[in-house]
Unconditional design. Structure first.
Length: 359
């Protein structure tokens, strides 16, 4: 009887390996585990104000070519070592892309970039890429979009974002409460802070919800709450929100909610008017706020790849430009290096005076 009433729009159920199977194919190495854990410890210490440094989440808008991604990661690791005195660098490794209507959904969903949706292949290759990055000694950050995906590669992540479109989602708030990483909730696309602050509050509490365990079995997941959720300002509603007034208002809203005054500024999206070349200017402005005494800004985000700009996905994938984004436009490597070295120069002398209170 149920055949008449369920799955009426489903055309198939393809086999998906369990998280345990994918992990067996791409096991966590000791070297990778140390990089992940060291990254998490540093981020938690920054959020707890035990470490006066600033963290920077930097990397491609999305990963589509693991070869170019690792080329970028090797360069970033060398730069991270040079600026580590004042900046904890974390590589942005985004595999899932939320779509307003349609479009490429990211490397895990469609690794061949041809609408064939070999998710089982994308998941294994994505995990392998994260392990390769971790084995370089570089921590990774990602956006949690699919609530099942963290079971497959969450052990390789040091920082997680909940996006502007999902910060209001109960599913994502519950998932964040169980993640092993610090979690940044972005303000809404309209620029409002309410969804993100309520998301932080929700994620800090225990939850019980349906999900999958490592064997791929349906399970009731019970969480203890995430004490390291924080606010990410990404602009919205037609205006940026990284200026001193906007950050002061964010501090007031966090204080009113009895939350720690931890703020991350996303230099992309509405904060740079979706013009990637403006991201270094946003970073410079925020770094100068820290130099001038700001206590609440603990991190920054930058979309960056080997080449500037972005490109459409061609029918002939051999025509893709190496190291150029296929989603949002990025700044190039030279600009990235100049921006981070410039920030390091300013921050190195400013961080010693940072205190544990908000402003």
């Amino acid at each position: 009887m149920t055949a008449r009433t369920e799955n009426l729009n489903v055309v198939g159920f393809d086999h998906m390996p369990s998280p345990a199977e994918i992990k067996e194919r791409v096991p966590l190495t000791e070297r990778a585990a140390e990089a992940v854990l060291a990254g998490r410890r540093s981020l938690m210490d920054i959020l707890n104000r035990k470490d006066p440094r600033v963290f920077v989440i930097v990397g491609p808008c999305s990963i589509h070519d693991p070869e170019a991604g690792l080329d970028y990661a090797r360069r970033l690791k060398r730069l991270a070592d040079d600026v580590r005195e004042s900046i904890q660098v974390v590589m942005r490794v985004y595999f899932e892309k939320p779509r307003t209507s349609t479009g490429w959904k990211g490397f895990i969903n469609d690794p061949r970039m041809d609408d064939s949706f070999h998710i089982e292949e994308g998941m294994e290759r994505g995990r392998r890429f994260l392990r390769d990055v971790a084995e370089l000694g570089l921590p990774a950050a990602t956006e949690a979009l699919d609530p099942i995906a963290p079971q497959y590669y969450g052990d390789l992540i040091s920082w997680t974002a909940i996006g502007a479109r999902t910060a209001e989602s109960q599913t994502h708030r519950e998932m964040a409460s169980g993640l092993s990483t610090p979690v940044g909730f972005k303000n809404g696309t309209d620029g409002a802070l309410d969804a993100a602050i309520n998301g932080i509050l929700s994620a800090s509490h225990p939850h019980s919800f349906l999900g999958l365990n490592e064997k791929g079995e349906a399970a009731i997941i019970r969480t203890g709450g995430n004490a390291y959720s924080h606010l990410v300002l990404r602009g919205g509603g037609g205006r940026p929100n990284y200026d001193t007034v906007s950050i002061a208002l964010a501090e007031q809203a966090l204080t009113k909610a009895k939350l720690p005054c931890n703020v991350v500024v996303d230099c992309s999206h509405a904060n740079s008017w979706k013009k990637p070349e403006l991201q270094p200017l946003v970073m410079r402005d925020v770094v100068h706020q820290i130099r001038d005494g700001n206590r609440s800004v603990v991190g920054l985000m930058v979309e960056s790849f080997l080449e500037a700009g972005n490109q459409p996905i061609p029918a002939d994938l051999s025509k893709l430009r190496y190291g150029c984004s296929v989603t949002d436009a990025c700044v190039d490597w030279a600009t990235t290096e100049e921006a981070l070295r410039g920030a390091h120069k300013v921050l190195r002398e400013a961080l010693s005076s940072r205190r544990t209170d908000c402003r």
